[in-house]
Design a protein around this ligand. Structure first.
Ligand SMILES: [Zn+2]
Ligand SMILES: [Zn+2]
Length: 275
């Protein structure tokens, strides 16, 4: 508990400092650059569009109820509006899709569309090309990737990115041992208290506009931002961060005027070297 308190104090300090001096670079906490959904009250409700096949539905259910434990947000599963093959995002919500996206190297991808500091839409894609293989076709891997990618769409970053270390007990900790059987028996399939704390920090203020559920944000997103399928690194813009061993990466596509698309990637083991 002492450690958790210290970490949180440090986090608050870093976040405060970041807003004063470095609005775009806040890598030392696990908020993603301060990006968040605009809303006028808490808790706000974020719709998760279900574009999943039956095998994935229970995992979305688990993730939705896990994240809804947060004091500041609730998620609700609604009918999907995307074609799972390209998983185009829909304004003011998150589309969640699975498909056999091919041997492109990535296991899961989360994307957020941002205007200024606000997230306006999101998409999560789960690649069955790898989830059909013996390595990844487990409840633990499905929970980890679903939970982490949906977590990114709230503006959360990873708590830890080292592949082969002890689990922190959160899906925002990347690992090669999602259920914790190899290491310390801590499962990384669900959020932990520190994630809820971080959400409280990210969503501590209220906005005068709304981007979740409906949009009252002024200013339109450039049309090209919705016209890209974002399936390959060539469409993701510039690589802005890579973790130990390159197992997770973040890309940024800048459309100017504060309009950006961020792509969070978990690479599959089998996919390495195909990039
Ligand atoms: Zn705000
Ligand atoms: Zn991630």
């Amino acid at each position: 508990m002492f450690t958790a308190t210290r970490r949180r104090s440090l986090l608050v300090l870093l976040v405060s400092f970041a807003f004063i001096a470095l609005p775009a670079i806040t890598s030392a906490n696990h908020s993603w650059g301060g990006y968040h959904w605009a809303r006028t009250s808490n808790p706000f409700t974020l719709k998760l569009g279900d574009n999943l096949s039956g095998a994935w539905d229970p995992y979305l259910g688990t993730t939705s109820s896990d994240w809804s434990v947060s004091d500041v947000l609730d998620t609700t599963i609604v009918a999907g509006r995307a074609n799972p093959k390209n998983c185009r995002a829909t304004s003011a919500r998150v589309e969640v899709c699975n498909s056999t996206y091919g041997n492109n190297g990535w296991l899961g991808v989360a994307q957020i569309w941002a205007s200024g500091g606000h997230i306006t839409q999101g998409a999560v894609k789960l690649n069955d090309t790898y989830f059909k293989t013996a390595t990844y076709n487990t409840p633990a891997w499905r929970n980890l990737v679903m939970c982490q990618e949906v977590g990114h769409t709230f503006g959360l970053d990873h708590q830890d990115e080292t592949f082969g270390n002890q689990n922190l007990g959160t899906c925002m900790d990347y690992t090669n041992d999602p259920d914790g059987t190899l290491y310390n028996q801590l499962s990384n399939e669900h959020p932990n208290a520190h994630d809820y704390d971080e959400l409280d920090i990210i969503y501590s203020h209220l906005d005068s506009t709304t981007t979740a559920g409906q949009t009252t944000l002024n200013g339109h997103m450039p049309p090209a931002m919705n016209d890209i399928d974002f399936d390959t690194p060539a469409q993701w813009g510039k690589l802005i961060r890579t973790s130990h061993g390159g197992r997770t990466e973040v890309y940024e596509l800048d459309f100017g005027g504060g309009h950006k698309v961020f792509t969070f990637v978990i690479w599959a083991e089998e996919g390495r070297g195909r990039r």
